[in-house]
Design a protein around this ligand. Structure first.
Ligand SMILES: NC(=O)c1ccc[n+]([C@@H]2O[C@H](COP(=O)([O-])OP(=O)(O)OC[C@H]3O[C@@H](n4cnc5c(N)ncnc54)[C@H](OP(=O)(O)O)[C@@H]3O)[C@@H](O)[C@H]2O)c1
Length: 375
């Protein structure tokens, strides 16, 4: 079986010796096997691989991977950019519910350019920009080969740093605004971790719907500047945690209505503060635990305020057969980014400098923008 190549750039190798290199990509085990007949092969790939779970700065390394077969239904994508998200770090640490079998290539989202397609592929051509949608493991490498169905073609006019990061965080913000309470223009929501990409997207997507946001950030150097930045994005109120050390936080709401919906990605005191802002019968949605501290809820909150606690996990939502819906929302979000209506700060880092980007993503160098590796 020899796949036809639609890109002159792809090397078709004739190989005689058998080589076994097994590498997990998105749960499937793709065998990088070189066989004794002609076939369409990807170029060799450089990848950030972890061979065991553990501290990301000690278990990840740059590995040269041999070419992989591009089968008839496959698309070979030359990666352009991919971010380092907290969940990527958690996967490597082995503390995420989904643990790809090791050795594994890191990364879960990103954008790339189609380099070559197998003979059965009709909807994608070399030069197209694509993202794995729903996201898929193994984006921290120069060439990714996966089935056509994994890839979603996107408009090239969107800046690549947004294309690379549009799924995991912006989509989470959008879903959380849509899925838990019926919100109307004039309502408000409250959230902690407001400086995160999810938090920044919540602010902007809420604003587009006429919904106000009450935002909580942690006390740290630069928090005044962070407040100004969030206000520039459209945040109505921004408080650092220490400013909320008052008897009645709602007295700080001013003209804003009490929120019925709150988002928590921090835990500990920051989660308690979200609960304090909620109106009777309100819902707090937990989607992250950046402080690694548990959520504690007062008895009063349950009995007298009837508060409801829920969780959100994008991967769970995506597993409910939502591919089409996911791609429609991605196109919507990319359109907003292209039109300057959805913004967040990223730092582009050349692939060779991955260890520095990782240190920044791990918080070792103080507050940093979202690290996006470029290939
Ligand atoms: N459940 C889901 O499906 C889902 C999907 C996407 C994201 N998430 C989660 O959402 C959260 C935000 O992700 P992101 O990529 O948007 O974040 P990000 O842009 O990488 O920013 C990290 C955020 O965490 C805060 N932070 C870091 N360490 C902290 C600590 N020790 N205590 C309190 N806050 C801390 C940072 O605050 P500073 O600005 O003060 O540094 C910043 O707001 C993460 O927990 C992520 O796992 C969950």
């Amino acid at each position: 079986m020899t796949a036809l190549v639609k890109s002159a750039g792809v090397r078709v190798l004739k190989l005689s010796s058998a080589v076994n290199f097994r590498l997990n990509q998105s749960g499937e085990t793709r065998t990088r096997s070189l066989r004794s007949f002609s076939m369409l092969m990807s170029p060799p790939s450089k990848a950030i691989v972890y061979e065991q779970q553990g501290s990301p700065d000690s278990v990840t390394r740059l590995v040269n991977l041999p070419p992989v077969e591009v089968r008839d239904n496959d698309v070979c994508v030359k990666m352009i950019a991919a971010p380092i998200n907290p969940s990527d770090i958690n996967r490597i640490e082995g503390v995420y519910p989904v643990r790809p079998p090791v050795p594994a290539v890191g990364g879960y989202e990103g954008v790339g350019e189609v380099y070559a397609v197998g003979s059965n592929v009709s909807a994608l051509s070399p030069g197209d920009w694509v993202i794995p949608s729903p996201p898929s493991s193994g984006t921290w490498q120069t060439y990714v080969v996966k089935e056509e169905s994994v890839w979603h073609k996107i408009d090239k006019s969107c800046p690549m740093e947004y294309a690379a990061t549009i799924t995991v965080n912006p989509l989470t913000a959008l879903r959380m605004l849509e899925d838990f309470k019926p919100l109307a223009s004039g309502d408000s929501v409250v959230q902690n971790g407001a400086t995160s990409i999810v938090g920044q997207c919540v602010i902007q997507l809420a604003r587009l719907r006429g919904i106000s946001t009450i935002n909580i950030i942690r006390d740290r150097p630069g928090s005044d500047e962070a407040k100004e930045n969030l206000k520039a994005l459209g945040a109505d109120q921004v408080f650092s945690e220490s400013h909320l050390n008052v008897k009645n936080v709602k007295s700080l709401l001013g003209e804003l209505p009490e929120p019925a919906l709150g988002f928590n990605c921090v835990g500990g005191n920051a989660a308690s503060l979200v609960l304090k802002f909620l109106r009777e019968g309100g819902t707090m949605v937990t989607y992250g635990g950046m402080s690694k501290k548990p959520v504690t809820v007062s008895t009063t909150a349950f009995i007298f305020k009837g508060l409801e606690l829920k969780g959100f996990w994008l991967q769970n939502w995506l597993s409910l057969g939502k591919v089409k819906e996911c791609r429609e929302m991605i196109d919507y979000l990319l359109g907003l980014a292209r039109d300057g209506k959805l913004k967040y700060e990223t730092e582009l880092v050349p692939f060779d400098e991955f260890p520095v980007a990782l240190d920044k993503a791990l918080g070792k160098l103080g507050r940093q923008p979202k690290q996006v590796i470029t290939f």
